[in-house]
Ligand binder design. Structure first.
Ligand code: EUG
Length: 598
């Protein structure tokens, strides 16, 4: 008998696991908990965190008023013990992967709207009481802040719980329209139910919100992997409570229907404004359209490379293949250490000495795997009919074959439990859980992503890799590089895995993050996305011409949200009333985010 309650299923709630993954989820959770030394929760050390400048009395009045504007009794105070939980049972009260004290970045309450009109009411309520609200779709932005509000004491607006419908699947247009609480798992199941030959695109893990991930400009791995690029049409509640539709959705459909071209054409007429609602705090997206990919034949593969310094050659071979779109999706280049990590075995299985896992230990560990002493692995997938896949693969083999000792493998060449089989699923739009396993590297593991953009050119990629590698060495962390190839650029994702129970590790993770952001910026590199606590520092690196971009964002923010109620500080955008009050984590403050005003 398992000591755990069954993991919530999709049938029991929007955020649950599909039936097909029950057994796998149970096993993954048990592995994760077998390494956990932290208790499930500890008693709260601090009183309920109120919004800034709000007394208990005003807060009580405000909460009573908030309950009245909602159909359901749908407000919960955040006064119970905080539970980090597990991936499929994650909190909406704080960041499950806290990089500072668990209790520092918490909300005062969570509210659950049931429709856009209730979201409008909540926004009006926030303006009336001057209480900051922090919308989440599902709160699985893990590694980037999870469900935590940047301003503690904010009221989290959990859109997903009651707004989780796939509103439409359009067979002919190959598109869909979703609400914030639709996960990749759920969209996949819903598309399967239609029996239509359509694919969704999923990131490495399937629990996240399709809408939320896209407005954070997340990435998946089919040819539709750029999620924001493949969205079409948004409905948005503005910070003044007004409801807006973008793109062709701004034209009223006949007799009150949705406009039939809403999910066909992105830009419509006039300025293309969808982008300003991604990675911002300018509006709450309540509906979003996405293109689905017509199902096709496909072939996944992996190529291994023996030497560390094959890196340059690999990158320069990838570039023309990617730019010519012979590589049709978002392939990944990973370091050999990830081959060890993704087995799910803890770090201690591979290395018990002091400091970082040594190259020697990686070499030894690789003997347990089928590929010998490798340094890099390229995970690719080709699409189309068999004839085009064959001709693409022939080209790809010739190109990578120029690197001595490189080896090409199909899924049929590797053992049934090898990670390549998981890539086969992800790269054909089947959401999985497998990627969770490499979090077992450490006990009580949490992770934090450092995500710079590098041109797909060997010199640049080497520069970024060297910065990351050296600073990981300085701060005592193993380096986990995953390069997600978009084409002319690659998202270099360095995953810092740390033990949540160890304050020293957390402090070093913060130091490492801070120094990587700053060292990368000195060379002209910047991040595509970051954890909430580093958003100010990253936003500040986009400083060209005396911070023209920041000023532009502030102008929009102040015009749309004069009371500064919507997610203040998200992506480094602070409303006027918060600016220069000590909130921005820049300059001296960036040196120790624990000293921040929180
Ligand atoms: C990954 C990729 C991302 C990201 C976080 C994680 C992949 C990890 C391309 O974007 O933001 C294996």
């Amino acid at each position: 008998m398992s000591k755990f309650k069954p993991i919530p299923t999709l049938a029991s709630g929007h955020s649950g696991i599909p039936e097909r993954l029950q057994a796998e989820a149970k096993a993954a959770k048990e592995r994760s908990y077998s390494l956990k030394t932290l208790p499930e929760s500890i008693p709260r050390q601090k009183p309920l965190k109120l919004p800034p400048n709000i007394t208990q009395e005003t807060f009580d009045v405000a909460i009573t008023a908030l309950e009245k504007v909602l159909i359901k009794q749908a407000v919960e105070l955040n006064n119970k013990p905080l539970v980090d939980g597990w991936y499929m049972e994650h909190p909406n009260t704080h960041d499950a992967y806290h990089v500072i004290e668990q209790e520092e970045m918490v909300c005062s309450a969570v509210v659950y709207p049931s429709n856009a009109s209730e979201v409008q009411s909540i926004v009006k309520w926030a303006n009336e009481f001057k209480i900051p609200i922090y919308p989440i779709s599902m709160g699985r932005n893990l590694g980037y802040g999870g469900a935590a509000p940047r301003v503690p004491g904010s009221v989290v607006v959990d859109l997903g719980r009651n707004m989780n419908k796939v509103l439409n699947i359009d067979e002919e247009n190959a598109s869909c329209m979703v609400e914030p609480g639709v996960s990749y798992f759920k969209l996949y199941e819903e598309v399967q139910k239609t029996g239509l030959p359509l694919w969704i695109d999923t990131p490495d893990l399937g629990g996240g919100s399709v809408l939320g991930n896209a407005i954070d400009r997340g990435v998946g791995y089919t040819p539709y992997g750029d999620h924001f690029a493949n969205h079409c049409g948004m409905e948005i509640v503005l910070p003044n409570g007004e409801l807006l539709r973008t793109g062709m959705g701004a034209i009223p459909g006949k007799d009150g229907a949705d406009n039939p071209t809403w999910t066909c054409f992105q830009h419509a007429f006039g300025p293309s404004i969808d982008g300003i609602f991604s990675q911002s705090n300018f509006g709450i997206v309540t509906k979003m359209g996405f293109w689905l990919m017509p199902a096709t034949e496909y072939q996944s593969y992996m190529i291994t490379f023996p030497r560390e310094d094959d890196f340059e050659k690999i990158v320069d071979i990838i570039r023309p293949l990617a730019v010519k779109r012979i590589l049709g999706n978002v392939p990944q280049l990973r370091h050999a250490i990830q081959e060890l990590a993704v087995t799910g075995k803890p770090r201690s299985h591979w290395y018990s000495g002091p400091g970082r896992v040594t190259r020697e230990a990686i070499r030894e560990g690789l003997k347990e795997l089928p590929f010998g002493n490798i340094s890099w692995v390229f995970y690719g997938t080709q699409y189309g009919d068999q004839a085009s896949i064959s001709s693409q693969l022939a080209l790809i083999k010739v190109e990578f074959g120029k690197i001595p000792g490189s080896k090409f493998y199909l899924p049929s060449d590797v053992p049934a439990d090898h990670y390549l089989h998981s890539r086969v699923q992800v790269c054909s739009g089947v959401p999985v859980l497998k990627e969770l396993d490499w979090l077992n590297w450490k006990p009580n593991a949490a992770h934090l992503f450092f995500s710079p953009i590098t041109p797909t050119k060997s010199k640049d990629a080497r520069k970024i890799h060297t910065i990351i590698e050296k600073l990981h060495q300085n701060w005592g962390f193993d380096t986990f590089p995953t390069l997600c190839v978009a084409g002319r650029e690659m998202h270099y994702i360095a995953n810092i895995v740390y033990n949540r129970a160890d304050p020293d590790e957390k402090s070093r993770a913060r130091g490492l993050m801070r120094e990587m952001i700053s060292a990368a910026a000195k060379e002209g590199f910047g991040e595509y996305r970051t954890h909430l606590l580093f958003a100010d520092q990253v936003a500040e690196t986009y400083s060209w011409n005396d911070g023209a971009l920041r000023k532009f964002n502030e102008t929009i923010k102040d015009a749309l949200d004069p009371n500064g109620i919507l997610a203040p500080g998200r992506n480094g955008i602070w409303p006027r009333s918060y600016r220069d009050q000590g909130w921005e984590l820049i300059g001296e403050k960036a040196k120790d985010v624990t000293k921040a005003r929180l």
